[in-house]
Design a protein around this ligand. Structure first.
Ligand code: ZN
Length: 418
């Protein structure tokens, strides 16, 4: 059984230990030590990283009652010196203790209980058993920060399961309206984790929160720095709240400030005017789009009239290739052509690849789909359609003119048939 040094002193980052067993974990070497300052992943808190002699500790996991220090390379000596990565440990203490404070504040403010907790690489998640309003969430955030700034002592107690049940049911829990049964269940699950099989570890933020927890916590609530709620969403009938504490909160604010500064420079607007400036820009964009479509329609109608005039007798056959036109523009022109006069439109475009749009006016009887499929064989493409409109494209741009010429010939031959 490994002695867990972090339980008594979460600030201890260096230690000497003896290797008591050597294992493999997912193709990597792993060792079991007689004592360790490394936290093994559990209860929503990730493992510590660091080094054992010259090897990097890439994971610390509990497996079949053993704490495995998973290494990137083997250690040879039986006596090893361990170093825990300090910034990562501090980060986990800030986030995890911040979670205790926010969860308690949510019980106090909104009678919302935390049903799960996940300390992620970016932010921290808690899932609540009820949906909380934005206002409740802001009040809970404020309350948690008040407790941080009051620098209340944080202490750890080891008690029996029976003591844990009565402690969690009475002083702080009941005072702040937390129902006892959940916390009894929590005490039992912590009990299940307790190494001696008969001890529960309680973490207390003086006069505010008491929880069964195996994680690493700071000496004072002040070390959490700040609790910053980022977002909430509906989740399984309750709320999922995303937040960050301490240095992560500083980083999150800096990223947001940088983004807002850039937006302000782009939109030439101060912070308070940004939303209005963005809305105005979007409206202008919509108006420009609408105006652009209107002008395009007019231009295409003019082009359609010109092409029909050139084609002469009706029903007309218009076969034409354009450079750089999008399939949408080809469709729009084809639409204008077949609407203005009885007509077969055989349109193509060279825009990176070859695009084809074939159409005919209502009441005409050419097999537009078959014409297109035939044409596509010459541009190396596929596509289809039925009725009066068909479209497709292929990579052989050089085959486009021939494809259009053949389609035109087929239409004219059929039309001239007596
Ligand atoms: Zn905890």
């Amino acid at each position: 059984m490994t002695e867990r040094l972090y339980r008594d002193d979460p600030y201890r980052l260096e230690f000497d230990a003896t290797v008591v067993a050597r294992r493999r974990h997912r193709d990597r070497p792993a060792v079991v030590l007689d004592r360790t300052a490394f936290y093994a992943e559990s209860g929503g808190q990730p493992w510590d990283t660091g080094t054992l002699d010259g090897a990097s500790v890439v994971a610390v996991v509990e497996q079949e009652g053993e704490i495995l220090h998973v290494l990137d390379s083997p250690v040879t000596d039986d006596r090893v010196h361990g170093r825990v990565d300090g910034p990562r440990r501090l980060d986990h203490m800030q986030q995890h203790h911040g979670q205790h404070l926010l969860s308690r504040a949510l019980v106090e403010v909104a009678a919302a209980r935390t049903v799960s907790f996940h300390l992620g690489a970016e932010d921290v998640l808690v899932d609540l058993d009820r949906l909380v309003s934005d206002d409740e969430l802001r009040r809970a955030e404020t309350r948690a920060n008040e407790i941080v700034w009051q620098a209340r002592p944080v202490t750890v107690r080891i008690v029996t399961p029976a003591e844990a049940e009565s402690l969690l049911a009475t002083p702080i829990g009941r005072l702040h309206g937390a129902p006892a049964p959940d916390e009894r269940a929590q005490a039992r699950s912590a009990h299940a984790l307790a190494e001696a099989g008969n001890a529960v570890r309680l973490v207390e933020a003086a006069g505010f929160d008491l929880q069964a927890c195996s994680g690493t916590h700071p000496r004072s609530t002040a070390e959490v720095g700040v609790v910053l709620v980022l977002a909430q969403e509906r989740y399984k009938g309750g709320s999922r709240v995303r937040f960050v504490c301490g240095h992560r909160a500083l980083g999150a604010m800096r990223r947001r400030l940088r983004a807002l500064d850039e937006l302000g420079a782009v939109l030439s607007a101060g912070l308070a005017e940004l939303p209005q400036a963005a809305r105005r820009l979007r409206e202008q964009l919509h108006e420009s789009d609408r105006r652009g479509r209107e002008l395009l329609d007019r231009a295409l109608e003019g082009e359609a009239r010109r092409l029909l005039a050139e084609a002469g007798s009706l029903p007309a056959v218009v076969a034409r290739a354009f450079d750089g036109w999008t399939p949408a523009d080809l469709r729009a022109l084809a639409g204008q052509l077949v609407a203005l006069a009885p007509c077969v439109a055989l349109l193509g475009s060279r825009a990176g690849k070859a695009h084809l749009v074939f159409a005919q006016s209502e009441g005409m009887t050419h097999d537009i789909g078959a014409l297109l499929r035939e044409a596509l064989t010459l541009v190396g493409g596929r596509g289809g359609g039925r009725g009066n409109l068909a479209q497709g494209g292929g990579d052989r741009v050089e085959g486009l003119d021939e494809a259009l010429a053949k389609a035109e010939l087929a239409v004219r031959t059929r039309a001239n048939r007596p």
